[in-house]
Write a protein of this length. Structure first.
Length: 133
């Protein structure tokens, strides 16, 4: 069921913002010079972000089951992406130590790895899915 799938999910929210000390403008348009490039970035962030992010858990690697770009229209100069990982049928559940790898082809900043150990993961409040039934 959908409820069972979400109860095993592991969501992450990424926020991209310009370097505040440099006073740079909107991070979304950084490095773009044409409207076509802007449209391509909108499509990538909205529909293809799952191609650039992976979750590592134990010996296993997972692609996001869902991703979305939160605010292409915002007046704020920061942009947010959300990716949700869920083990597929036949895949191992996530181990307690997890890492998120972001292959940044959007802003060309390289590979970023964020690792979380068991004690930090367990401190994150659980969403009460049972109350939705």
């Amino acid at each position: 069921s959908t409820l069972a799938m979400y109860s095993q999910s592991c969501p992450f929210r990424f926020e991209f913002s310009p370097h505040s000390a440099k006073g740079e403008g909107d991070i979304f348009s950084k490095g773009l010079s044409t409207y076509g490039e802007y449209v391509e970035r909108v499509k990538t962030r909205n529909f293809y972000l799952n191609e650039y992010v992976m979750l590592e858990s134990g010996e296993h690697k997972y692609k996001p089951s869902f991703s979305f770009f939160e605010n292409s229209y915002s007046l704020d100069n920061r942009r947010k992406d959300v990716v949700i990982f869920t083990p597929g049928k036949g895949e191992q559940p996530f181990a307690n130590d997890v890492g998120v790898v972001f292959y940044d082809e959007i802003f060309q900043t390289g590979i970023h790895r964020f690792f979380f150990d068991e004690k930090d993961v367990k401190r994150v409040p659980a969403f009460p899915f049972a109350s939705l039934q």
